[in-house]
Design a protein around this ligand. Structure first.
Ligand SMILES: Nc1nc2c(ncn2[C@@H]2O[C@H](COP(=O)(O)OP(=O)(O)OP(=O)(O)O)[C@@H](O)[C@H]2O)c(=O)[nH]1
Ligand SMILES: [Mg+2]
Length: 493
C-alpha cells in the first residue's frame, strides 16, 4: 500500500504554493524518469507524491471554483464510474464515453476504474474504502484530477476531494466545460454561461472562498469589475450568490431577446412553406458530415464530442428539385446535464418544428441501440415525437455489417449510409423526397413568359409534374402550396 500523506493544512498551503514554482522544474525532470524508478524505494515514492501534489496545488485545488467555472484545464485525469445497473459492458461503454468527453476537453487519461455498487455512496460517491484506493491510484499515476461518471452532489464532491486530495469534477462539469469551449454564437455562449452559473450556485457553499475573481470573466465574457460591494451583515457567500443570481436574470433576458430574433427567421421560413429537415443524433454520430454531404456546406466536422453547438441551417434540394432546409443540431449525450437540456431547448425546439427528423446514429459505435434510445428520450422531452423520423445509420464504411443488418431490421424507416464515402446518400436523398410533406394543391397553369419568376418559384417551392413551352407561355402541371396556388390562379386553365 502506498502511504497517503495528509493534505497540507491551510497555513502550509501558502508556503507550499510559494515553493511550487521552484519545484516545477524539478518536477518536470522527475517526470521523465518516472517510469524508470517506478519500483524504487518507498521514500522515493513518497517524494514523488508530494511533488505531484504541490504541482496540483499551485492553482488548481485552491481555485477550484474559478477553474470549474471557465475552463477545467484538466491535464492528467483518472476516471471513476459507479456501476449500479446494466451489464459490465454498459458500464465500460459509459466510462469509454467519459474518456472521450475528457479527451475532448483536452485531458490525458491515465487510468479508469469502475466500482460496483447498488447505488452511489451518499458521502463519497464510491465509498470511503474505495476512495482511499482511488487516492493510491492518483498517487501512482500522478493524476491531478479525478473525473466521476455522474452528477455528484456538492457534498460528495467535497468529501471525495478531501480523500483523494486532488480536484474532483463530475460528468456535468465536464460537459459544461466542453460546451463552453465550443459554443460560437452569442446565444450559444450565453446559454452555456447560464447553465454553468446554475450548476455553480448550489456548489458555492462547499467551495466557499472568493468568487469575485471569477465573476469578472466566465463563459459570457461579460464586463468585469465594478461589482456591488458587500452590504452590511452579508457574508461573502451570500454576496456571491446574489451576484450570480443577478447575472443569471440578466442573461435570461438577453437570451429571450436573441430567441425572438431567431423565432422571426423561423416564422419566415414557415410562411414560405419551405419544408424543414432537422438532423439530430448522438454526439459524434456524423451529423455535420452528413449535412456537408447532403448540401456541400462547409460545416465544422471534428472527431470530438460536441463539435457543433450552434444550429446551422442550410438550403438543400431533393432529386426532384424541391427546396427544403436542413438544420444541423447539437449532439445529444447520455446524462446530458439537465441545466443544458434546458439551455439548449432552443436548438431542440427546431427539431420539434421540423417536418422530418434525420436521426443519425453511428453504426460503428459499440452500442448504437443505446444511442438511439437516449436521443429519442430527448426528442420526447422537447415534444417532437409527432415528427416523422428516418433513422440514418451512418459510418456504414466502418460498421460491422451484421450490426447494420440488425438495425435495419428493427428500425422501421432506416437507411445505412456513409457520409465519408457517399455510400447510400442518393437513396437517402430519394427517401427524404418521399417523406417530406407534399404541397397540397395540384394545378395546371400557363404562365406568361413575362412571369418567369413565378415559374422559378413553382420549381423551388412546389413540385413540377410536367413542364412545356407553349406559345402563350410555360405550361406547368404542378403541386404547390396554397399561397403559391393563389398567385397562379389567374393563369390556371
Ligand atoms: N468512418 C466514418 N467516419 C465518419 C463518417 N461520418 C463522420 N465520420 C467521422 O465522425 C466524426 C464526427 O463527425 P461529425 O460530423 O463532426 O459528427 P457530429 O455528429 O456533427 O458531432 P457533434 O457535432 O460533435 O455532435 C468525424 O471524425 C468524422 O470524420 C462516416 O460515414 N464514416
Ligand atoms: Mg456536428
Amino acid at each position: 500500500m502506498t502511504p497517503s500523506k495528509p493534505l497540507p493544512q491551510d497555513d502550509e498551503r501558502l508556503t507550499e504554493s510559494l515553493r511550487a514554482d521552484a519545484l516545477m522544474e524539478a518536477d518536470a525532470g522527475w517526470a521523465l524518469g518516472a517510469d524508470a524508478d517506478r519500483d524504487g524505494e518507498q521514500l522515493d515514492r513518497e517524494d514523488r507524491a508530494s511533488l505531484r501534489r504541490v504541482d496540483g496545488l499551485s492553482t488548481e485545488l485552491e481555485d477550484v471554483t474559478e477553474v470549474e467555472y471557465r475552463q477545467l484545464r484538466l491535464e492528467r485525469v483518472v476516471l471513476v464510474g459507479v456501476w449500479t445497473s446494466g451489464t459490465a459492458r454498459d458500464a465500460e461503454n459509459s466510462l469509454a464515453e467519459l474518456a472521450a468527453l475528457a479527451e475532448t476537453a483536452g485531458s490525458q487519461i491515465l487510468d479508469g476504474v469502475i466500482q460496483r455498487r447498488d447505488k452511489p455512496d451518499p458521502a463519497t460517491y464510491i465509498g470511503s474504502g474505495k476512495a482511499q484506493e482511488l487516492r493510491d491510484i492518483v498517487l501512482e499515476t500522478g493524476a491531478d484530477t479525478v473525473v466521476c461518471d455522474g452528477e455528484l452532489s456538492p457534498g460528495q464532491l467535497i468529501h471525495l476531494e478531501d480523500v483523494v486530495k486532488v480536484k474532483v469534477v463530475d460528468r456535468t462539469a465536464l460537459i459544461l466545460d466542453i460546451f463552453a469551449q465550443h459554443a460560437k454564437s452569442r446565444e450559444g455562449k450565453a446559454q452555456v454561461a447560464l447553465a454553468q452559473m446554475q450548476y455553480m450556485l448550489p456548489r458555492l457553499r462547499g467551495w466557499g472562498q472568493s468568487l469575485s475573481r471569477q465573476m469578472g470573466g466566465g463563459g459570457s465574457g461579460s464586463a468585469g469589475g465594478g461589482m456591488a460591494t458587500r452590504g452590511p451583515g452579508e457574508t461573502k457567500i451570500e454576496t456571491d450568490r446574489r451576484r450570480i443570481r443577478e447575472k443569471m436574470a440578466k442573461m435570461r433576458r438577453e437570451i429571450a431577446e436573441m430567441k425572438t430574433g431567431r423565432e422571426v427567421k423561423r416564422q419566415e421560413r414557415r410562411r414560405n412553406k419551405v419544408p424543414s429537415v432537422a438532423i439530430a443524433g448522438y454526439t459524434n454520430a456524423g451529423k455535420s458530415s452528413l449535412l456537408n454531404r447532403l448540401t456541400g456546406a462547409g460545416v465544422l466536422v471534428e472527431n470530438a464530442l460536441f463539435a457543433t453547438l450552434d444550429p446551422t441551417v442550410r438550403r438543400a434540394e431533393t432529386p426532384s428539385g424541391r427546396v427544403y432546409t436542413l438544420a444541423d443540431t447539437v449532439g445529444f449525450v447520455r446524462h446530458l446535464p439537465h441545466h443544458l437540456v434546458e439551455a439548449f431547448r432552443s436548438t431542440m425546439e427546431e427539431v420539434g418544428d421540423a417536418d422530418l427528423i434525420l436521426h443519425v446514429v453511428d453504426g460503428s459505435h459499440p452500442d448504437p441501440d443505446e444511442q438511439l434510445i437516449s436521443v429519442r428520450e430527448v426528442i420526447r422531452d422537447v415534444g417532437a415525437t409527432h415528427v416523422p423520423e428516418i433513422v440514418v445509420i451512418n459510418k456504414a464504411d466502418a460498421a460491422d455489417p451484421e450490426v447494420l443488418q440488425r438495425l435495419l431490421r428493427i428500425e422501421q424507416r432506416a437507411i445505412a449510409v456513409s457520409a465519408k464515402t457517399g455510400e447510400g446518400i442518393d437513396e437517402l436523398l430519394a427517401l427524404i423526397d418521399i417523406e417530406l410533406p407534399r404541397p397540397q394543391v395540384e394545378l395546371e397553369a400557363v404562365v406568361p413568359y413575362t412571369h418567369g419568376g413565378l415559374v422559378s418559384r413553382v420549381h423551388a417551392e412546389g413540385e413540377v409534374i410536367s413542364e412545356e413551352h407553349t406559345e402563350e407561355g410555360t405550361l406547368l402541371k404542378a403541386r404547390v402550396h396554397e399561397e403559391l396556388a393563389a398567385e397562379l390562379r389567374p393563369y390556371v386553365r
